[in-house]
Structures are given as C-alpha cells and as structure tokens.
Design a protein around this ligand. Structure first.
Ligand code: COA
Ligand code: MG
Length: 336
C-alpha cells in the first residue's frame, strides 16, 4: 500500500511569481497564514529507527495530534546522520500517511554542532515538515541564528510558513523566556516561521538545575507554571513534560490532568501506549463542547441582530467568553 504524506508541497510557482514583486524582507510576510494546529499529544519517533517509523500509521490511528521525527536526544550521536537522511527521505518520498496528525521534525540545538547540517539536509527539499522543534533555546542568539539559517535554507521554497516549537529546558532558557518569546514573534515577521508552542523539557531542566526527579514532580512546579504563563502571555501553546515511567498509565493520567489544569495545552509522549490518555486529558469534556457550540450559535444570531452583549444560560456573554468558546471548538476541530 502506498502512503502519502500530508506535507507542504505546494504552489511554488505561484509563490515565486508573488515573490518577484516584493522586496526580500517582505518575502516571508507574503506566505499565507497558518491555521491553529492542536498539539495535545506530541509523540516522538526517533528518526533513525525504522521499526518505530513503520509504526507511524498506528500512531496516526491512535489519534496523536503531532508526530515528531526526532534528530535530537532520542537519537544516539553515532546515528545522527542516519536520522537526518532518513527524515529527508520520508519527506521527499511522501511514503507515509500522516492523516490528520501533524508531521514535525526536531533538529539538534544551536551549539550542538549538528544544527546546521540538520537544517540544510531536512529543510532544503521540496517538501517541508509542518513545524520544526528547536530544542534548548537559551538566549536570543539561538533564535537569531535559527531565523537567519531558516531563511537561507528555505526562503524561495516555502509555500507556507512553518511552525516553530521552542524548547525551554535550562535555567538560562527559563530566565530568558519572556525575551525569547518576544523576539520569536518579532523575527517571525520577516522569517518563514510562526512561533506556535513552547515545550517544557523537564528532564533536561532537572539535570541543568541539579534537581532530583520525583514521582510528584514537585521539583518542577515552578518551572512548569513559569512556562505556561509565558506561553499564554504570548498566545502560544504550552506543552508539558514527558512522563518517562511509560508503563505507569495511572501516573501518566494523573500528571496529564494536572498539566491540563495548570493551563498546558498538550504533553510530550514517548510511547504509543501513552497517546490515548494524553489526548483525552487535554480534550475538553463533552459538556464544555456543547456549551461552546450553543454559545457560538447564539453569538452569531445576536451579531446579525446587531446585539453585542447577550445573556446565555444566565450569564452575560461578550467577546472574552466568545473567545473562550472558540478556543474549545478550535481544539476539537481536528476530531470532527
Ligand atoms: N514510536 C513508534 N513506535 C514505538 C515507539 C515510538 N516512540 N516506542 C515504542 N514503539 C513501538 C515498539 O517498536 C514496539 O513495537 P515492535 O515490538 O513491533 O517493535 C511497540 O511500540 C511496543 O514497544 P515496547 O516494547 O513497549 O517499548 P520498547 O522497549 O520498544 O521502547 C522506549 C521503549 C521508551 C525505548 C521507546 O518507546 C522509545 O524509544 N521512545 C521514544 C524515546 C524518545 O524519542 N526520546 C526522546 C524524546 S523525550
Ligand atoms: Mg530535552
């Protein structure tokens, strides 16, 4: 059976035609806006592991929102080349069907020594991943480097901006998180990326600050809440830590619900058995979906009748509540 990848191949000729009429700096601004992409579960697949790559159709069937082909820490140093070449082949051949799941790639971090070759190999082809994960972002230099490199690698190639998923996983990164988010948004105006999510890299962070990991993860509370707060301040998604004890599904559910309660929009996943629980924990409950659907319907009716604020189920509704309802519907749009 031949699978097709749902990636951004696209009307490149049209883009090039448009680009001819624009200055270089406005090239990036010319590509179309991206739709909201839910990332309730962010599933890693080591880019060099053929057996796990062949499991992708099953991960898609399990409903994983985001499938990340990994070049970074899920791949041994002596397998990096294999991973990046195999990812490029997957993108080129489009032989895997990602269905409704997002296909993304995690490159190695800036300063690792692998970042440039990762980007040149993976992002210079005709088919791009939907988003790129940039790990271990610590300061503005990391972002500036990424933005410049991305523009040079894909500038005339991109039919649509790609999503940028930043990782905060060191003490320095956490201290600089506000400036990092702000700069990412500024850079996106003239670059081919849109900063869409921040991932909290829990285990790297614990190692960096010298914390001992515990079952309750109390040692991470501050960092998790700081990441959520910054992400939300910049209207980005916040993706919570990995639950590495992957056979403990009860513990996974507990930590997932806790993360959702903190305000995270999703969670990293390392094993196929974790997907269902995580997807569920970050999905709105049925009563909330019904509330949002009805509210939006009545909002549209009132808008047509020229009324701004109105009463719904005994509550005054105006724009902020309408936005909350839209958030709920956006999250489940992929499921319907
Ligand atoms: N992607 C795709 N398939 C996976 C998978 C993954 N991340 N993790 C496990 N599977 C597959 C296995 O290949 C196995 O199928 P197979 O027997 O046909 O090969 C099946 O699911 C069951 O796996 P299981 O035997 O329970 O686990 P394992 O011992 O093969 O692997 C881990 C356990 C944790 C090593 C593995 O899940 C893994 O490598 N996860 C990703 C780690 C990672 O990417 N880390 C970096 C990000 S934090
Ligand atoms: Mg990490």
């Amino acid at each position: 059976m031949l699978y097709r990848t749902k990636l951004f191949s696209a009307p490149r000729l049209l883009l090039r035609e448009c680009a001819r009429f624009m200055s270089e700096s406005s090239e990036a601004a010319a590509v179309p806006e991206r739709k909201y992409i839910p990332r309730r579960s962010l599933m890693y697949v080591p880019g060099n592991d053929e057996r796990k790559i062949n499991k992708i159709p099953q991960l898609v069937a399990s409903g994983a929102d985001c499938i990340c082909l990994d070049c970074e820490d899920g791949v041994a140093i002596n397998k990096k080349e294999e991973a990046r070449n195999s990812i490029r082949k997957i993108l080129d051949e489009q032989s895997l069907d990602f269905g409704k799941s997002e296909c993304t790639v995690r490159i190695n971090g800036v300063g690792s020594g692998f970042e440039q070759i990762d980007m040149e190999t993976i992002l210079s082809g005709p088919n791009l991943p939907s988003s790129v994960h940039l790990p271990k972002v610590e300061n503005l230099d990391h972002l500036e480097w990424f933005a410049a490199e991305l523009n040079s690698v894909i500038a005339s190639n991109a039919a649509q901006k790609i999503g940028l998923i930043l990782f905060i996983e060191t003490a320095e990164g956490l201290l600089n998180i506000k400036e990092i988010c702000r700069r990412a948004q500024e850079l996106s105006d003239d670059s081919f990326f849109v900063p869409e999510a921040i991932v909290f890299g829990s285990d790297d962070f614990a190692a960096d600050i010298g914390a001992t990991r515990t079952k309750l993860s109390t040692e991470l509370f501050y960092a998790r809440q700081a990441v959520v707060t910054a992400a939300k301040a910049f209207r980005m998604q916040a993706i919570d830590c990995v639950y590495i004890d992957y056979k403990d599904l009860e513990g996974l559910e507990k930590q997932s619900l806790e993360g959702a309660g903190f305000g995270f929009t999703g969670k990293q996943v390392i094993h196929p058995g974790q997907i269902g629980i995580v997807q569920q924990a970050f999905s709105p409950p049925e009563h909330r979906i019904q509330w949002a659907t009805q509210l939006i319907k009545e909002f549209e009716e009132h808008q047509e009748a020229g009324a701004g604020a109105f009463v719904f189920r005994g509550q005054m509704i105006d724009m902020p509540t309408v936005k909350q309802a839209k958030n709920v519907l956006q999250l489940i749009a992929k499921d319907s």
